[in-house]
Design a binder for this molecule. Sequence first.
Ligand code: MLT
Length: 411
Amino acid sequence: MAVKINENYLLLESNYIFTEIVQRVDKFQKEHPDANIIRMGVGDVIRPLPKAVVDGFQEAVDEMGHVETFRGYGPEQGYSFLIKEIVANDYAPLGINLSEEEIFISDGAKCDTANIQEIFGQDNTVAVTDPVYPVYVETNVMAGRGGPMDDEGHYQGIVYIPCTEENGFIPDIPKSPVDLIYLCFPNNPTGTVLTKDQLAKWVDYARENGSIILFDAAYEAYIQEDNIPHSIYEIEGAREVAIEFRSFSKNAGFTGTRCAYTVVPEELVAYDTKGQTHSLNMLWNRRQTTKFNGVSYPVQMAAKAVYSVDGQREIRESIDYYMKNAAIIRESLDQMGLRVYGGVNSPYIWIKTPENMNSWEFFDLLLNKTHVVGTPGVGFGPSGEGYFRITAFNTLENTEEAIRRIADLSL
Ligand code: MLT
């Protein structure tokens, strides 16, 4: 016996939820080779990259093949040509002024929301909404902040804020003080949103309590309604208490191409044990420069093309396409008498399972009887038990076919 493992990993469920789903569906497909499975489980896009993006990508690849235009290591924080577009297009129209140094380009919001906890001390109390994108919880468990899981599926070291039908999936401010708060809106998995007033309560809480909000805005492009904030920095005072994560995955189809960014405002500070303040922007920069060598030049050029006139038009077409699917799913399931949420400002539809079936029972029922795959709500946390998530990320034809098959079940 010599090398020891990080035993925190032993506290995790054996599989990441989306790996578990893929494995179960692959097994089912092997056993039923003729089944035409419609996958609406993992939130992965299906529409191709916009033409403008492919063109930008290709030109940059060509540049890499010529000695005059070849590029080696880029800045770990990302190229200025992309950061400028982000500042001008994603934030300036919202009345938010960011400096280039506040933006860090990365290869994914998943990685950034997973890695951000590294710059915070071990003793911080972490709060998450429940259900929740599992990455926030599991990375804190890996880092030793989770502790063992209780019988209900809560890691004992983590504060869970239930979001259920009873509170309209709107998280209440926790009763005991918390330090780090992960919020994701539009929400994955429930598809619900916070209004500006509702988000302002969290910003006020963080300011009064000295907490930091880790705000995942990966789905902001799906917001259709007014008065729903696209960025937490639309809320007064948020620059002092919030880090924001954005992604090109869900708006521009970069799930396989990989590009995202994180905003760490210069005002943001946290404390050492002696009570000295430290800039989180500097700490994140320190972390990234040591552990990350930046996103490839062609990928950043592809991301830049998202902001071109054609790029913007094309990504809007894709979002509209998915939102049409979302409306079909939402309205059809509602007509079948199911209780459905989300799908208005989000590509996710959250369903209360019929007849008090548990989440995995409903998963099995749909897979076996309709060959439609969704995600069991309990995979996102104990308060997700008895719910089920379906994504709008599919073709219109598959979406309509899936709905026809579910309707035939007469739930
Ligand atoms: C999901 O289905 O929730 C997605 O896979 C989340 C992600 O982008 O990692």
